[in-house]
Design a protein around this ligand. Structure first.
Ligand SMILES: C[S@@+](CC[C@H](N)C(=O)[O-])C[C@H]1O[C@@H](n2cnc3c(N)ncnc32)[C@H](O)[C@@H]1O
Length: 266
């Protein structure tokens, strides 16, 4: 398996959690994202530490049922190239590879990607990994059939999320599909801590990643933001992830324009 590093500086601003390893950040001039300064898409720093710990990894090994149950419908639609954005240690990238898809996995955590490569090699699976920010995907336009971004794209503020949605739309072929989750305003952590931007909170007391900016949204705003990015919502469901109170929107979208059926499992 080959790991290509096409990463811009996803965290050029110093933060109190310390700088990322310089080896992670090459070719900063390639960074294409236009987001508000100071940078708010910094949560990968927390995840990079977490992915180095066995107890964190143990909680993220089993693929979500909502993801795997979509695989037959994706196969039926002729999906070949799948992009897993914010793959972590790659539980879904591995599931897609096992299902026979061509898989590209992107994350800003070098540690997570290393774990994914180790697991893929152990199973003899091919997964291409890219160290990159979700606001600057190192992927060609209209080259992906299906994007997954599970518990990823809300790490920032509304501007970061808008850029991330635009990136998903850019890389999807017309009629391509995406499955995304976003933090719901029903989530137990909504409005906890400092509101540093509208609906964007930093909880300085958090022992997890919530000491980095997280963006929370309601259904009306979410569907409008998706629509602005030329992503048409096919399904928007507020699901209570574990532990209880962990409400996330689980969203299926289709990249416009298309004249074929949506991602409905039919
Ligand atoms: C909650 S984990 C989810 C991992 C994976 N999607 C899963 O479901 O197993 C969030 C992941 O998003 C990544 N991430 C956070 N901010 C990011 C950014 N700006 N660009 C790329 N990846 C990011 C983190 O490094 C982490 O691996």
């Amino acid at each position: 398996m080959v790991m290509r590093v096409l990463l811009g500086d996803v965290s050029s601003q110093p933060t109190r959690v310390g700088p990322l390893m310089s080896s992670e950040f090459l070719l900063a001039s390639t960074y294409r994202s236009i987001v508000a300064e100071p940078r708010l898409d910094t949560a990968h720093q927390s995840w990079d530490r977490g992915w180095g710990q066995a107890e964190t990894r143990a909680n993220w090994t089993q693929p979500e049922q909502a993801v795997t149950e979509l695989i037959p419908a994706l196969t039926q639609r002729g999906v070949r190239r799948v992009l897993d954005v914010g793959t972590g240690i790659g539980r879904h990238a591995l599931a897609f590879a096992r299902a026979g898809f061509e898989v590209i996995a992107v994350d800003a955590s070098a540690t997570g990607l290393a774990e994914l490569r180790r697991a893929a090699d152990a199973e003899g699976l091919r997964v291409d990994t890219e160290l990159a920010a979700f606001t600057a995907l190192p992927i060609d336009d209209a080259s992906i059939d299906h994007v997954l971004a599970w518990n990823v794209l809300y790490h920032g503020d509304a501007e970061v999320v808008r850029t991330a949605f635009e990136e998903c739309a850019r890389v999807l072929r017309p009629g391509g599909t995406a499955q995304l989750t976003m933090l719901s305003k029903r989530h137990r952590a909504f409005a906890i801590g400092r509101e540093i931007r509208p609906d964007t909170f930093v909880d300085d007391a958090s022992t997890g990643d919530k000491d980095h900016p997280h963006f929370y949204v309601d259904a009306t705003t979410l569907t409008a933001m998706l629509s602005d990015a030329q992503l048409e919502a096919r399904s928007v469901i507020d699901i209570d992830q574990q532990p209880p109170g962990g409400f996330h929107w689980t969203v299926l979208v289709e990249a416009a324009p298309t004249d074929v059926g949506g991602c409905r499992g039919d």
